[in-house]
Write a protein that binds this ligand. Structure first.
Ligand code: RIB
Ligand code: CA
Length: 345
């Protein structure tokens, strides 16, 4: 090999290495009311696990869709299936700050109050165990040790986040950014609720935590129902996704596939997946910067989020944040499918 080619080869190797070093991965804490598929939390975590843009420092669990025990049991098993069992799991809050179980809660979706033992996840219970440290201690310790570096991704009720804000006065000022799946904003298209007429589920389970969090001053990217409703995971998209055989697509065939066999025409909104995808590629969503606050009166609007272009009476402490309301669906679903189909990392 002559000298000129050798020099070119060394230079190209250096460029490749420096690119690898320069690709800063985003350190995230993934806070979730996790349930195995077909729940959106599971597919949002799949996307995060399959994306090299993230360094997942830990997963924290919270009660919401199901009980805290179910969220923890399912996510431990998911990390094993995804080949990333080294990611630590920290157990968080098993109940909202104030909201108590009611007849309405029992009759409508969400079993945060359940104390039933979790069912066996796909492939059996994980051998991996959760960490001794609590979710709030992990969040506070990690953010305070890495000021301005850590992004929080919250796709369930905000109980853990609010408790971390309250536990450490310096916490909010040291969080890089908080990406939330939650809320619904009537000011923007398709802003009705999904659990009560105007309230979205995550905010309704723990309205007091949502208000503490939104008022905290942490830079927030809000992914509310307005943008969730621009998605529709159908049987056709599912069948495209599972043509490739990996441990993740096998899990989807065993779970989501069964639901499509029973309900072939069902559309699944991709609430949590959009929140994660918007970090990977912010051009997938369209946002408006609004003041957003949360109703904590225990009346007909409990948990409702309200967005405005300027503060209004009663919301003097509301903070501005980016509120997502539109989605580039074709690019989003293509990205999602491509990454879920990738070989495990
Ligand atoms: O309202 C949708 C949200 O509630 C999603 O995060 C879903 O997983 C449930 O937690
Ligand atoms: Ca969720």
């Amino acid at each position: 090999m002559n000298k000129r080619i050798a020099v070119r080869l060394i230079l190209s190797l250096f460029v490749i290495a420096s690119n690898a070093w320069s690709q800063d991965r985003i350190p995230i804490i993934f806070d979730t009311d996790f349930v195995m598929p077909p729940a959106d939390d599971s597919m949002a975590l799949m996307l995060a696990l399959q994306s090299p843009e993230f360094e997942i420092l830990g997963v924290t669990t919270v009660a919401g869709n199901e009980s805290l025990e179910r969220a923890t049991s399912d996510v431990l098993r998911m990390l094993e299936i995804a080949g990333q069992a080294e990611i630590p799991v920290y157990v968080g809050a098993d109940m909202p700050l104030v909201h108590e179980k009611s007849d309405f809660a029992v009759e409508n979706y969400g079993k945060w109050y359940s104390n039933e033992p979790p069912p066996e996840p796909s492939g059996g219970f994980a051998s991996k165990k959760a960490e001794e440290k609590s979710a709030v201690s992990f969040m506070v310790d990690t953010v305070m040790a890495n000021p301005g570096e850590v992004m929080l991704v919250a796709i369930g009720p905000l109980t853990n986040i609010a408790q971390a804000i309250r536990a450490e006065p310096g916490f909010a000022g040291n969080v890089r950014q908080l990406v939330i799946m939650g809320g619904a904003v009537a000011l923007l298209p398709q802003g009705a609720g999904n659990i009560t007429p105007n309230a979205e589920f995550n905010f309704w389970v723990d309205p007091e935590a949502a208000r503490v969090t939104l008022r905290s001053g942490i830079p927030i990217e809000l992914s509310p129902l307005n943008v969730s409703r621009k998605s529709a995971l159908t049987k056709d998209w599912y069948e495209r996704m599972v043509v490739v055989d990996t441990p993740l697509t096998a899990l989807l065939r065993e779970t989501l596939g069964r639901r499509f066999e029973a309900e072939p025409d069902r559309l699944w909104l991709m609430y949590d997946q959009i929140a994660v995808a918007s970090i990977i590629d912010p051009t997938l969503v369209t946002s408006e910067r609004l003041y957003v606050d949360v109703d904590i009166d225990h009346g007909i609007s409990y948990g409702t989020s309200v967005g405005g272009r300027k503060p209004w009476p009663g919301a003097e402490a509301a903070q501005q944040m980016n509120v997502q309301y539109d989605l580039d669906w074709p690019r989003f679903i293509e990205m999602f499918i491509e990454r879920v189909q990738r070989p495990l990392r």
